[in-house]
Design a protein around this ligand. Structure first.
Ligand SMILES: NC(=O)c1ccc[n+]([C@@H]2O[C@H](COP(=O)([O-])OP(=O)(O)OC[C@H]3O[C@@H](n4cnc5c(N)ncnc54)[C@H](O)[C@@H]3O)[C@@H](O)[C@H]2O)c1
Length: 310
């Protein structure tokens, strides 16, 4: 049976959600809401979808919806959908503020609704293939670089890009962050555009994360070091390399990745959760934890900036 779904916000990412959903046999796309007439016209013409003039009108026609509007609008739109009794996949970050995210989690629990957050890296086939090998991780090194595209300027690079790696560290290392050191620089916007962060976890692990939205190239790499293995993941190329210590030599580990569009995997998983009333792989709580850690990192960056100004 098909699930009736809609999309709110069809800019860069929302139109990808809409396009992928139209290709999925289990989805029946009712339509979309978009404030820009020019963008809406293009979506109607290219994807042949119906435009609704409000979230309320879309909510009457669907069982669930994707929210892909600017982050600062996530709270109001997701809350309206949940209040209307709809399940929601809200793009990352769940909200601009921790308190808003927590309130969305509470609303979803009160209305018995599915609330999934679009941390799409968790559904990336390279991460999915590597995850079972990530035991006893001692050190993580992540590099997430993007060229400046002039989108997501309502948020800094922490909520824009690094939030993916914060979510990966929290969900794959299963330990609490106890110490945060960070430096960040605004380059092309008034918010931090490039940052390097060192996290220490309760179990002794360390994560060294770099994110930039003002680079010359697009890089998505994360490396995990454990007592028994080294796993290097390129989520852009969906490639994983692994090595472990054999008989006094370093031996490659065979890791097979079944390549697939991560957004499709994420949407398939969301629709399955809607049908089977299952907790999503990336829940509202996971989304809140990532934003809370991003706020701690932002505070550490503020503290380091004050030192320069002295
Ligand atoms: N998961 C990922 O890897 C990933 C990648 C890019 C963006 N995102 C997230 O997706 C969201 C959107 O980012 P984007 O790059 O697509 O931005 P964008 O600016 O390209 O698109 C946002 C769209 O929402 C529309 N919009 C704004 N307010 C609206 C409202 N109230 N109702 C309906 N439409 C509205 C805008 O007109 C625009 O078309 C952000 O939260 C961003 O963080 C996630």
């Amino acid at each position: 049976m098909k699930t009736r779904i809609g999309v709110v916000g069809t800019g860069y990412l929302g139109r990808l959600h809409a396009r992928v959903l139209t290709e999925m046999p289990e989805a029946d796309v009712a339509g979309f809401v978009e404030v820009s007439d020019a963008i809406a016209t293009e979506i109607v013409e290219t994807l042949h979808l119906r435009r609704f003039d409000s979230v309320a009108a879309l909510a009457r026609e669907v069982e669930c919806a994707v929210v892909a509007t600017p982050t600062t609008t996530h709270f109001d739109i997701a809350r309206e959908l949940i209040d209307a009794g709809r399940d929601v996949l809200v793009e990352k970050p769940i909200a601009a503020e921790v308190d808003e995210g927590k309130r969305l989690v509470d609303f979803a629990a009160k209305h018995n609704r599915i609330l999934q957050v679009g941390h799409v890296e968790r559904y990336n086939p390279a991460i999915v293939a590597a995850a079972p090998l990530l035991r006893d991780i001692r050190y993580v090194e992540a590099e997430r670089l993007g060229v400046f595209v002039g989108r997501s300027l309502d948020i800094d690079v922490l909520l824009d890009l690094m939030i993916h790696d914060l979510n990966l560290v929290l969900s794959l290392l299963h330990s609490r962050v106890t110490e945060v050191r960070a430096v960040g620089v605004p380059v092309l916007t008034e918010k931090v555009d490039i940052t390097n962060v060192r996290l220490e976890l309760e179990n002794g692990a360390v994560a060294n994360l770099t994110a930039s939205r003002v680079s010359q190239e697009r890089v998505r790499k994360v490396r995990f070091f454990s007592s028994e293995a080294y796993i290097s993941i390129d989520t852009k190329e969906q490639e994983v390399k692994g090595f472990r210590l054999g008989n006094r030599t370093i031996e490659p580990i065979a890791i097979e990745v079944e390549k697939k569009e991560p957004l499709r995997a994420e949407l398939e998983s969301f629709l399955q959760c809607v049908r089977e009333r299952k907790r999503p792989l990336v829940s509202g709580q996971d989304g809140v934890a990532a934003v809370a850690l991003a706020k701690d990192v932002a505070a550490a960056i503020d503290a380091s900036m004050k030192k320069w100004k002295r």
